[in-house]
Design a protein around this ligand. Structure first.
Ligand code: SF4
Length: 326
């Protein structure tokens, strides 16, 4: 029987600006790290957020979790508007919204045992105590492919892949609904990356988790995501179902990203025409009017310098921000 989709996260026109200058006489300019981003996410699904470094994907994830205060827009989580909630009001909600960090070396306190690292969130939310807590930690270690015997060891005794497994166990400790996976595999060896992705998929199936999966590797994102959102300079420029977007990209920027994905078959790789973008990403400080991609776009036309294209539905479920689809 087909399950009814339940919307768990709704992001409406979310922006996060950071002041670009400090000091009394500084000009009031802002780094528009996230600018008017909207998307929705259903329970049990994964939205892969991709784009070059500096495009705003990590800031989007952190702003959704209220690690940064949004400049404007709305964050609706489990039907509750959490946009204006204070840090104190966010504490009980953090049980349902967790994060897996990019760097498994920096994100685990080297002075704490694995058991203490995983227990921290359990203690904050007073979920288990005593023997029950220990059993829970052992269960979580087992879930992420480690063993209960690792409970008294320190993070530095583990490899990068194992540390990331500890980071995942920590995120799962409070039984969250939603996890922001912030480039969870990019610091790992290629041989380990697929193992972690497969594990995240198995955990999602098992625990009905919802992921926002942030990455720059489009092939991995395609593998794990039900939907993909492509960001460029703080804006979402294309979004749609993972397979459809990957097999038929519409926005010129998405096309260039997909053309850069390595193809294992040498015959197919020969046929693939890589689109090399000219120029650099412009500064996100008060970007000029018009499309932010215009300086690097081979299809740019006069309107692209004047009017910022809106993200519009051009096919059922496929959204693109580009004047080629007006
Ligand atoms: Fe290129 Fe214009 Fe489309 Fe921007 S709006 S991606 S410049 S064609």
């Amino acid at each position: 029987m087909k399950k009814n989709k339940e919307m768990i996260l709704q992001i409406k026109n979310l922006s996060k600006y950071f002041p670009a200058d400090k000091g009394l006489f500084a000009k009031k300019s802002f780094v528009k790290a996230v600018d008017n981003v909207s998307f929705e996410l259903n329970r049990g699904e994964t939205l892969g957020l991709v784009g070059e470094s500096g495009c705003g994907k990590t800031t989007t994830g952190r702003t959704i979790l209220k690690l940064y205060e949004p400049t404007s827009g709305q964050i609706i989580f489990n039907k509750e508007d959490i946009t204006k909630k204070s840090s104190k009001e966010m504490v009980p909600l953090r049980k349902n919204m967790q994060m897996i960090f990019q760097d498994p070396y920096a994100s685990l306190d080297p002075r704490m045992t694995v058991g203490d690292i995983i227990a921290e969130a359990i203690d904050v939310h007073k979920l288990f105590v005593g023997a029950e807590k220990t059993n829970r930690i052992r269960f979580l270690l087992d879930k992420v492919g480690l063993t209960g015997d690792h409970i008294n060891r320190y993070a530095h005794e583990f490899s990068g892949g194992q540390r990331q497994r500890i980071g995942i166990a920590r995120a799962l400790a409070v039984e969250p609904d939603f996890i922001v996976c912030d480039e969870p595999i990019s610091a790992l060896d290629v041989s380990i990356q697929a193992q972690i992705i497969n594990m995240l998929e198995a955990l999602q199936e098992d625990m009905n988790l919802t992921y926002l999966f942030i990455a720059h590797d489009l092939s991995m994102v395609k593998h794990i995501s039900t939907h993909i959102g492509v960001m460029y300079l703080g804006r979402l420029v294309e979004k749609g179902k993972s397979n459809e977007l990957y097999n038929k990209p519409l926005h010129p920027y998405t096309k260039s990203l997909i053309s850069a994905v390595p193809i294992p078959d040498p015959k197919l790789a020969k046929k693939n025409k890589r689109i090399i973008l000219q120029g650099d990403i412009p500064s996100p400080i008060d970007p000029p009017p018009g499309c932010r991609f215009k300086g690097r776009c081979r299809y740019a036309k006069p309107i692209c310098s004047e009017i910022d294209p809106e993200l519009k539905e051009v096919e059922p479920g496929r959204f693109v921000a580009c004047h080629l689809f007006d």
